[in-house]
Design a protein. Structure first.
Length: 346
């Protein structure tokens, strides 16, 4: 209330003062007021113009920043995807090389390379695949360790030599009995099982009396386990042929020179083994265990990079050499590990 009263008094004082001015003086005052109002208006317009321009340029800069930020994010995402695709492609190509490599030593090297592959993008498919390759690589390392243990075994004493001769005979007898059991009648199988038990007891007696032999035999058994493990993993990885082209594939099995393996009605006799060259086999179609009179093949080579393929009764069969390493109860006589495949009808 007091403020309004003071303002009213001031306005009345200014009006009274103006009434006392003459006409010429009043004209000058009016002109001065018009100029002041005009300049004030222009100042306001200039300020408004500057404000509008600032706002315009601010929006433009902000838009540019957002655009650049979006472009950066898009480019980063694209580069990330490109890097991811490159990593996946590189792994797939390396895996293809593994699948098609016939040289077992090179294939083993590739398995270890795939196991240690730098999965920088943390791709789950690559991570899962690497588990299998790591298993292969670890098994290979264990095989080498156990083979070295066997190699370091001192076999110069007469006690060890005598033990090895016994183990060599027991080893073949045990293997033959195991194969005979596959085609035996239930009654015959019962007798064979008893014989197998007796042979195993005799083997234990020999092994337990010679510590050097016991260590070597344990190493041989571990090698056999790891070779089998590698083959099982390879079954999950290797797809050498479309599944529709393959009827069946046997489990991996081993035999030594003079030993035979039975796959259905076919009996495969190992005639010769060379770790560098491969093996020679005789293929006989004979359900019995006697001597093969008319073999389908004899002294036929099976190599790591060249499976033996033969045909009979409208089918194609394939013998694959998977490994040459220690096996059985005589660790100082190398064995050939093979698989037998039945391929679709011709």
């Amino acid at each position: 209330m007091m403020g309004g009263y003071i303002f009213t008094c001031m306005a009345r004082f200014i009006l009274d003062d103006l009434l006392k001015k003459d006409k010429v003086e009043l004209e000058r005052i009016k002109t001065a007021v018009d100029i002041y109002q005009s300049e004030d208006k222009h100042a306001f317009e200039r300020k408004k113009f500057k404000t509008e321009n600032f706002r315009f340029f601010g929006i433009a800069i902000l838009t540019a920043v957002i655009s650049l930020g979006s472009s950066y994010l898009i480019e980063s995402f694209r580069q990330k995807n490109t890097t991811s695709e490159n990593v996946k492609k590189e792994f797939v190509e390396l895996k293809k090389t593994f699948l098609t490599e016939k040289d077992k030593s090179k294939q083993n090297e590739l398995a270890c390379a795939l196991a240690s592959f730098d999965n920088s993008v943390k791709d789950k498919a690559i991570t899962n695949a690497q588990i299998n390759f790591q298993t292969i690589c670890n098994s290979l390392s264990k095989i080498q360790e156990q083979a070295q243990t066997i190699s370091n075994t001192d076999t110069s004493s007469e006690v060890v030599k005598d033990a090895l001769n016994k183990l060599n005979n027991f080893d073949k007898k045990l293997h033959d009995l195991t194969e005979q059991k596959k085609s035996a009648t239930p009654l015959e199988q019962k007798k064979i099982v008893q014989q197998i038990t007796q042979v195993n007891d005799e083997i234990k007696t020999v092994v337990n009396t010679v510590p050097e032999i016991k260590t070597a035999v344990n190493s041989s058994e571990k090698i056999e386990q790891n070779v089998t493990r590698i083959e099982k993993v390879n079954d999950n990885i290797l797809q050498q042929q479309p599944e529709s082209d393959k009827i069946s594939k046997s489990h991996i099995a081993w035999f030594k020179e003079g030993y035979f393996l039975r796959f259905g009605e076919y009996r495969i006799l190992l005639q010769y083994l060379d770790k560098s060259l491969g093996i020679q086999v005789e293929v006989c179609k004979d359900p019995g265990t006697g001597k093969c009179e008319n073999p389908l093949l004899t002294k036929a080579w099976v190599k790591f990079d060249s499976p033996l393929q033969f045909s009979d009764n409208g089918h194609i069969y394939r013998i694959n050499l998977e490994a040459i390493d220690h096996a059985g109860k005589n660790p100082f006589k190398l064995a050939a590990y093979i698989t037998f495949e039945t391929v679709n009808r011709k």
